[in-house]
Design a protein around this ligand. Structure first.
Ligand code: AKG
Ligand code: FE2
Length: 201
């Protein structure tokens, strides 16, 4: 938990923590996901828990509620809150699977849909995440190691985009590394529409 990266190499508001999971936990989580049904609605496979996120409409509606997080994800959500990595208990999780050559294009996670902290836990294979300052010229590359967690808050959540380049290798710790299968679990707190409407008033 205390291999925090040099904060200067991260956008403001972003924290990166190594080894939030053991290798055993990483395997158990992977097996649980593979025992469930991966969705092919996107180029990469995904699974949604808690609420379904509508990628096209960029919304989470009340009808999208699937139920409480399964216990194994609820436990991880509790850990993120108790360790202070997130400020509100996450109630929505998206698992993303990236095969070599797959990525996610530059985006800011839906602002009205989700709360102030977004936490992403990486499994299985390292990859690079690129941050770009919106309306600015700064960009930063951060290696996401398996079993690490990256948390986006503040400017890193709202004023910088993040992306994972769709490529087959990355430079990891100074050396070229072929990508393997990577899975991420992104934990968010859904903002009820009524609350975001009130906040906008
Ligand atoms: O795979 C990741 O670590 C990031 C996923 C992501 O940015 C997202 O689902 O919004
Ligand atoms: Fe994201």
């Amino acid at each position: 938990m205390d291999h925090a990266l040099n904060a200067a190499a991260l956008p403001p508001g972003v924290t990166y923590v190594r080894d939030v999971l053991s290798s055993e936990e990483e395997q158990v989580i992977t097996d649980k996901l593979d025992a469930a049904t991966w969705s092919n609605v996107l180029k990469r496979r995904v699974q949604h828990f808690g609420y379904i996120y509508d990628y096209k409409a960029r919304t989470v509606s009340a009808e999208a509620y699937l139920g409480a997080l399964p216990a194994w994800l609820g436990d991880l959500a509790d850990r993120l809150l108790i360790s202070g990595h997130v400020s509100a208990l996450p109630d929505q999780v998206i698992a993303n699977e990236y095969l070599p050559g797959q990525g996610i294009s530059a985006h800011v996670d839906c602002v009205p849909c989700f709360g102030q902290s977004i936490a992403s836990i990486s499994l299985l294979s390292p990859c690079e995440m690129i941050f770009r300052e919106r309306g600015g010229s700064r960009s930063l590359a951060v290696t996401l190691h398996p079993r690490s967690c990256i948390v986006l808050t503040g400017a890193g959540r709202y004023d910088w985009t993040h992306e994972i380049p769709a490529r087959k290798s990355d430079i990891v710790d100074g050396a070229k590394a072929q990508r393997g299968r990577r899975i991420s679990l992104t934990f968010r707190k859904v903002t009820p529409p009524a609350v975001s409407t009130m906040a906008a008033l």
